[in-house]
Design a protein. Structure first.
Length: 96
């Protein structure tokens, strides 16, 4: 991710202010939603809570911010690559 603050809780308006390529956009303060999670998503949320110590709301908020960043990076003409270890080959990542 080019801007690690996207995953650290910094608001989108602050991120845009640091990037001359983006204009600051009005960001809603908050919105309450109901989400039905699959069994796999429930397990992932539980693991993420254990790994980070964050509550469910913070984990979901961070996941959405990160997903948005990844989606933006992987759009044409961009690509997203992953390397499992420093010595391994780069792998193209595709989300379907």
């Amino acid at each position: 991710m080019t801007n690690f603050r996207a995953a650290s809780g910094t608001s989108g308006a602050d991120m845009d202010a640091d990037d001359p390529g983006h204009r600051a956009e009005a960001v809603p303060q908050s919105e309450r939603v109901t989400v039905n999670l699959t069994g796999k998503a429930v397990q992932a949320l539980q693991r993420l809570q254990e790994q980070t110590g964050y509550n469910k709301t913070d984990c979901i908020n961070r996941a959405l911010i990160i997903a948005n960043e990844i989606e933006g990076m992987s759009r044409d003409p961009g690509s997203l690559y992953w390397r499992e270890t420093p010595d391994s080959d780069l792998m193209l990542v595709r989300f379907v």
